[in-house]
Every structure is written in C-alpha cells, then in structure tokens.
Write a protein that binds this ligand. Sequence first.
Ligand SMILES: C[S@@+](CC[C@H](N)C(=O)[O-])C[C@H]1O[C@@H](n2cnc3c(N)ncnc32)[C@H](O)[C@@H]1O
Length: 377
Amino acid sequence: MFDIYFVTPPGLEVLTRQEIDQIIHQYQLVITNFHPEKLELSCDLRSLYIFNLTIRTANRILVRTNTFKATNFGELVDKSSKFNWEIYIQPETKVKIRTTCKKSRLYHSDAVTERIIQGLKKRLGFEPNAVSTKQDDPDNNEQLIVVRFFRDICTISLDSSGAPLHQRGYRTHTHKAPIRENLAAAMLLSMSWDGKTPLVDPFCGSGTIPIEAAYLAQNIPPGINRHFQFMAWRDYQEKTFTEVKDLLTTAIRKRPLQIIGSDRNAGAIQIARQNITDTPVSKDVLWFEHAVSNMEIPEQPGMIITNPPYGLRINTNKDIRNLYAQFGNVLRERCEGWQVLFLCNDLKLATQTKLPIKKIIGFSNGGIPVSGYYAKI
Ligand SMILES: C[S@@+](CC[C@H](N)C(=O)[O-])C[C@H]1O[C@@H](n2cnc3c(N)ncnc32)[C@H](O)[C@@H]1O
C-alpha cells in the first residue's frame, strides 16, 4: 500500500474531498487510513493510477515514502541514503527537491536539500541530475521530491503526477488571462452541474470552462491523454495502467449536451476552437463570437458559469463597472429561472450586476484572490 496525499489549491479542499469520495465509490477502490480532512489515504498502485487519471480539482498526488528523525546533517545523509531511491530515480531522471523546515534543529532548507542529494548519491552510486529547487512546477520526466522537516521529523514524499494535473494536454493555445483547468472544473463542481441542463460561458476566452464542462458531463477522465511521472518509476505496471484506462473508458457517458462558449473577441473563439479540436469532446460545444449583450440563451433554463474580466483598479475603471452592470441587465432581462456563477476579485464590482449574489467558492486565480458569486435569477 502507498500512503498518498492530494495537493489542491487552497479553497478547493472540500471539492477535492468530495471528488476523492466519489472516485472511491465509483471504482470501488480499496482504501485504508482515509483522513478526509487532510486529503490523505493509503491505496494500491492501481488506485493511485485511477486517482491521477480522474481527479479534476487537485494539482498533484504525492506518495509519502519515508519518515525519520534527524537532528544533525550526518544523520540526515545517513538516513536518507537508506531508502530505495533506485525505484524512482534513474541516471536520466531530473530531480527537483522542494524543502521546508519548521520548528526543527535542521532549519536551513538549502542545506537540508544538499544533504538529501548526498544521501541519494550514496544510495544510487551516481550524482542525481538535480535541477532548480525553486517553486516552479516540474516538467515531464522531472521527479519532484518534497522534503518537510517538522519538529525534527523529516518526511520525504515523491510526486506521482509529474506536470501538474491541471495540465490536461488539450489547452495548446491561450487567450488573455486563462483560468487553470482545475479551477474551471471546481467552478462546475461547486454548482453540481451534471450536463442535464444547458451551460453557457459568455466570456469564454480560450474555452476552458466549456471544455472542462464537456469532459465532466461525459465522465471523461481529465488525464486520459497525458503522461504521469509514475510511468517512469521502476514499479510501473503498464498492464495495470492499460486496464485502468480501459475501465475508465467504459465509464464514459457519451450524451447530447447543450454547452455554449462565446466571447466578443474573434481571436479568443478561434483559440477555443483550436483547443477543443483534438479532444474527445470536439463536437460538444457551440462557439459564438458575441459580446455578452448578444449572448445565446437556450430555451431550457440552465447555468451560466463564467470568468469575466476583472477590474484591478475598480474605482477608476468605469468600463469594467459598466460591463458588470450590463452583464446583470442581460441576465435579469433574458435568463429568468437560470443560475449563475461568476468569478470576481471585488465584491463592489460584483454587486454592479444588481443580482442577489452570495459567495460560494474562493481561490487564487493567477495570483489574484477571487470569489465565485452565485445567484438564482
Ligand atoms: C478572464 S478572460 C476569460 C478567460 C477564460 N475563462 C479562459 O480560460 O481563457 C475574460 C474574457 O472576456 C472577454 N470579454 C471582455 N469583454 C467582453 C464582452 N463585453 N462580451 C463578451 N466577452 C468579453 C475577453 O475577450 C476575455 O476573453
């Protein structure tokens, strides 16, 4: 069994927890030590593959491999060399180590990283191919190692995902201020949108929300076409992975959907169309080049889930205030019976819509703290 934990953007913990629960039940996974509040559990390799392929909101899944006490550097090198690193690190693997130290005698994170590398070298017999230890995300075939010291206890975890899980592989082009795919999925999940009613994104940009919606409604695994770091591990079971992919493919529910993405910018619509072209949902979204004032609204009421432009200087930016007021007018005049969820970085701006809004979700979008405002129209 592997002890794993899910790294998810702050603000998405509850949704990730619900997703984990749902995946466990849907695929009848054998799980022990489930700590929902910590997003931790123990599972077998097959379940690790299923989680990586299917979770929509998390950034990555780490496997906790090693925990020991160390109060001096000699002890740290010695104990970190006792672990079977050869399963995870080959001479060609690039290694990225992220270290944090709290309330410990070994408190200097760079020095700790250096000793972990020494331990690795001692065990492996070669110098690991270490790349920058800074916070940027690993690329394909970079093994991220997360080292955490807390009260002199060192915990080492290995990332099983590789490139962050929001990188589904379909978004090859982007327009202005694209939202990450896992945040778009979180918006859809927070509304419990299930594909049975229409969905409209009138500020669709590169098309992320409509594309994620089509994947979600058809239960298509978000990671079905991507590479994972666990595929480079020596214990990788290709047969199990193929069986898992087959199983997930049989769980896909192809069905007619009413999803519309529109944007006033022709370039954005072109990019959205390019992004969806090579996906299994290529035919499931209708795209229109329209300003929000002309947005298409299907007859049957559904949901508007969208990420309008933000005003970073609200008081001086009259255009952006007008845009929100106009958005509110269109919704009140033409969308009776619909529900809306829109992202905004400022409550004052959000209230320009004059809708009875309430915040139902919050997270950081491209470094900007934003809230998801819900209203029933
Ligand atoms: C924050 S971006 C949306 C990003 C999108 N969620 C994505 O993932 O790429 C806002 C979008 O609103 C569009 N937009 C701005 N004013 C608009 C208007 N009046 N009507 C329709 N679209 C508008 C912009 O062209 C831009 O693509």
